[in-house]
Design a protein around this ligand. Structure first.
Ligand SMILES: NC(=O)c1ccc[n+]([C@@H]2O[C@H](COP(=O)([O-])OP(=O)(O)OC[C@H]3O[C@@H](n4cnc5c(N)ncnc54)[C@H](OP(=O)(O)O)[C@@H]3O)[C@@H](O)[C@H]2O)c1
Length: 339
């Protein structure tokens, strides 16, 4: 089967390469999925770069490139059809359309524990299903964790991102007011009249001013920051005394400056969010807690959650074009790898 693999961390455009490797056999409790669609998400790229929360587990693949040199496979999510069950696996049966969360979805077949595979009905096209396990869960759980009350306000940096647009829709349903900070004027019009108030704020200083104007000088109850750097710092300074600041992305690659005044005098509560860790905590609360969140997320996606649009599709063989497209500023929608 075809796979996109890397032998060392680095720039995905340089270190990823196509390889012909043996199709994996599903182990006990696992299912094998024939994956046909996968998004290029920021986390997939961070993982290849070696900037993610864990390093890749490079393992020799005797069938792989270089006659068994250690490689890792890229890609954290995708969608396709169950193709085989491992020993003792009860289901879902072969032929079921599924979304799958697993390491190595940027290949034709991937094996995953049955619990990491979500059957999806015909109401959810594979284009959306392949994006189901990362961003919609992130949006839902970020909001759950804030535990805000109706009428409260949330500031989103990278306000035009897929995650931000999902959060804005879910937040509106909870009666929250969302402000979406965007870095380019062209990002304002598509957001106008939608779920969040767009705030054009190319710099941190402008962001603090815009938020002050939009909240009658009070500040927002919470800020969800995917950017870091001066924008993240401004989002933190835009939070009302005693409010929450949550960092969940490193789009600028810069640290979030945290002034001690914010912690001491404003009692801003600062924390981070990482989906895999959050899902582990959810799993520890039991099957019913996982089921409840999953049902809510799948229902939101089936009801047309924004942020699942597709900018372009590229065959796995054309991954270099896909990476270049995914990095283009102003892209709306995800770049998918197909085939
Ligand atoms: N912590 C977690 O568990 C978790 C889970 C899922 C996602 N995330 C994070 O969520 C963020 C959004 O992901 P996504 O899939 O929604 O992304 P996306 O749809 O690809 O959108 C990225 C957006 O970020 C903007 N952007 C990029 N670099 C920026 C910068 N330096 N300053 C300001 N804006 C910038 C882009 O604007 P332009 O159009 O101007 O380029 C674009 O609107 C990422 O940081 C991702 O890693 C985190």
């Amino acid at each position: 089967m075809r796979a996109l693999v890397f032998a060392r961390h680095g720039d995905p455009a340089r270190v990823l390469r196509p390889a012909e490797v043996a199709c994996p056999a599903p182990g006990p409790g696992q299912v094998r999925v024939r994956v046909t669609a996968r998004p290029v998400n920021p986390s997939d790229l961070l993982f290849v770069q070696g900037r993610y929360g864990r390093r890749a587990d490079f393992a020799p693949r005797p069938d792989g490139p270089g006659g068994g040199a250690p490689v890792a496979a890229a890609g954290f999510e995708g969608a396709g059809v169950v193709d085989a069950l491992g020993p003792g696996t009860a289901g879902p049966p072969p032929g079921t359309r599924v979304a799958v969360a697993a390491d190595g979805t940027w290949q034709e077949y991937v094996c995953a524990p049955a619990a990491a595979v979500l059957p999806v009905g015909e109401g959810i096209p594979l284009d959306a299903a392949c994006q189901l396990t990362v961003n919609p869960f992130t949006a839902h759980l970020l909001l759950d964790d804030l535990a805000l009350r109706e009428g409260d306000s949330v500031l989103l940096t990278a306000g035009a991102s897929a995650v931000s647009r999902m959060i804005a829709r879910l937040a509106r349903r909870r009666g929250l007011r969302c402000l979406a900070a965007v870095r380019r004027a062209e990002q304002v019009a598509p957001l106008e009249g939608g779920d969040a108030v767009p705030l054009p704020a190319p710099t941190g200083t402008e962001l603090v001013e815009r938020v002050r104007e939009a909240t009658e000088g009070r500040g927002v109850d919470a800020a969800l920051d995917a950017v870091g750097g001066s924008v993240g710092g401004a989002a933190l300074r835009s939070v009302r005394p005693g409010g929450r600041f949550v960092s969940y992305g490193l789009l600028s690659g810069r640290p979030v400056p945290v002034p001690p005044e914010a912690l001491i005098f404003h009692r801003t509560r600062v924390s981070g969010f990482w989906l895999p860790e959050r899902l582990e905590r959810l799993e520890r609360r039991g099957e019913s807690a996982v089921r409840r969140v999953t049902e809510d997320v799948v229902a939101a996606v089936a009801a047309g959650l924004p942020g699942l649009e597709v900018a372009a599709r590229y065959d796995l063989d054309s991954y270099a074009l896909a990476l270049e497209h995914a990095a283009r500023p102003g892209r709306t929608g995800k770049v998918l790898l197909t085939g």
